[in-house]
Design a protein around this ligand. Structure first.
Ligand code: TYD
Ligand code: MG
Length: 455
């Protein structure tokens, strides 16, 4: 019999090694590497040729497949992020920081799906059933026919699901699940991987939709292995700043819908409330226009969202000036600063630069480039951008402004919220939105000259 090969993995980043060491080469953490136990020992690849497998039936691409039937929860923010309702026999992972509201969201979702007639089971590995019931009482969900269990033993859970045959099972959380086929402790990489694998394959086999909750580590990854993300059909992140009530449910992977869709919620005393007009919410805290404040007309998934960008530029006491960003990519900020310096002759040397996306929103769209540049310039020159103006456009390294998609939607949203003008890149088609004056520009130098009378 072939000797089984030892493998070791890191519980922090999931890197796999063939020998043990004290420090992980992948993430630099100490004492996180432990031995993996193989999930099953099938025939080794050396003997595969000798033992014959059975031939698989093949189909071709032409076969017409009906779209999967969907169940709507009635929480339209959630339904949209799922790609238009829940797909049967699908596996979804909902990740987020501890305490951000994952259990609250999923209990509300469970109640909603149950009210729509889906047989729903909610398994909590973190709280006792009484605790979950108390939360349900507080959220006014006690009338919903959801079945509860407080359990961490995966074998018992799978057996129960097999007997009960629900249409939806929610597992809160994958890190607490414990499979007896693997020797290591709950929460370790091999346990999380094995539990996720067993649950997702069980879901496909038995036609049950499963939603797994996953905690996120301090560097923003779903704790344990990224492999869980590959196993499931849909990965949603639940994000937000602790100090703010806004929560954003963001699809980062979706085999059944768009992967950049967001749903916006507000955490209230009675659970999560849907926010149907996020722009109004994100701009609600905006005071009188100040230098460094610019409104960016963005698109999140299929929806336009207006957010305020705030920049602060101040002389630095440090030899190495600070660049701090909240809600945007710091590498992208460095690029915009470099383009402003190289193409427009506006240096930021000796200046600290702070950039913040108001309301705890995270932006990843390149279309925010021009709005960021505008905020930086406005802060540096101490000159306000007119309060009723929105800005969007991508900046290339040459300093040229590139047209972005969905200009019309951005303008319409801005118009709806009382804005009267927009600064956007030239090129593409310029839609005519009544009440919106569109100022199109070719490059960043022109922007600096037109708006700040400099350059
Ligand atoms: P929870 O769903 O337990 O977070 P997670 O499962 O992601 O760890 O949410 C916990 C937080 O939400 C807690 O700090 C209290 C707050 N909360 C409210 O503000 N209102 C509510 O109605 C509920 C149920 C929780
Ligand atoms: Mg929880």
């Amino acid at each position: 019999m072939a000797k089984s090969k030892l493998s070791f993995s890191c519980s922090a980043c999931g890197s796999v090694f063939n020998k043990w060491s004290g420090r992980c080469d992948g993430c630099g953490e100490w004492n996180t590497i432990s031995e993996d136990t193989p999930i099953s020992s099938g025939p080794s690849s050396a003997t595969l040729g000798a033992s014959k497998g059975k031939s698989i039936a093949l189909t071709d691409l032409r076969t017409e497949e009906a779209p999967p039937p969907r169940t709507f929860s009635g929480l339209s923010e959630l339904d949209r992020v799922l790609g238009g309702g829940l797909v049967p026999a699908s596996a979804t992972l909902v990740g987020g920081d501890p305490g951000i509201g994952k259990s609250t969201l999923l209990l509300q979702a469970a109640a909603q799906f149950a009210r729509q007639g889906l047989k729903t089971i909610y398994v909590s590995g973190e709280e006792a059933s009484a605790q979950v019931r108390m939360r349900a009482q507080r959220l006014g969900l006690t009338d919903a026919p959801v079945q509860l269990a407080a359990e961490t033993n995966l074998r018992d859970i799978l057996t129960t699901l097999d007997v009960e045959k629900p249409q939806l099972a929610i597992i809160d959380s994958i890190q607490t699940m414990w499979s007896d086929t693997v020797g290591s402790a709950p929460g370790s990489v091999s346990q999380v991987r094995a539990a996720a694998h067993e649950l997702t394959s069980f879901a496909k086999r038995k036609n049950i939709a499963v939603i797994l909750v996953g905690h996120v580590t301090k560097d923003g990854q779903i704790a344990g292995p990224r492999v869980v993300e590959h196993m499931v059909d849909t990965v949603l992140y639940f994000e937000g700043e602790r100090g703010h009530q806004f929560r954003v449910l963001r699809a980062v992977k979706n085999r059944f819908g768009a992967s950049d869709e967001i749903g916006v919620f507000e955490m209230t005393g009675r659970g999560l409330a849907e926010v149907t007009n996020p722009s109004a919410l994100f701009l609600s805290e905006r005071g009188t226009p100040a230098p460094g404040s610019v409104v960016f007309a963005g698109i999140e998934g299929t929806r336009p969202v207006l957010v305020e960008l705030q920049a602060l530029v101040a002389p630095s006491p440090h030899a190495q000036p600070r660049r701090a960003v909240v809600g945007w990519d710091s590498a992208r900020l460095a690029m915009i600063l470099a383009v402003l310096e190289a193409r427009c002759g506006i240096p930021f040397t000796g200046l600290d630069v702070y950039l913040n996306v108001a309301g705890g929103m995270k932006i990843s769209e390149p279309a925010a480039d021009l709005a960021v540049a505008a905020a930086l310039l406005s802060a540096r020159e101490d000159a306000s951008i007119p309060a009723e103006t929105v800005v969007f456009g991508e900046i290339s390294l040459s300093g040229a402004l590139r047209p972005v998609s969905q200009t019309e939607n951005r303008l319409k949203e801005a118009q709806k919220l009382g804005f009267t003008s927009a600064i956007a890149p030239k090129g593409g088609k310029s839609p005519d939105v009544p009440g919106m004056a569109l100022n199109t520009l070719g490059d960043l130098t022109q922007f600096v000259g037109d708006i700040f009378g400099a350059g």
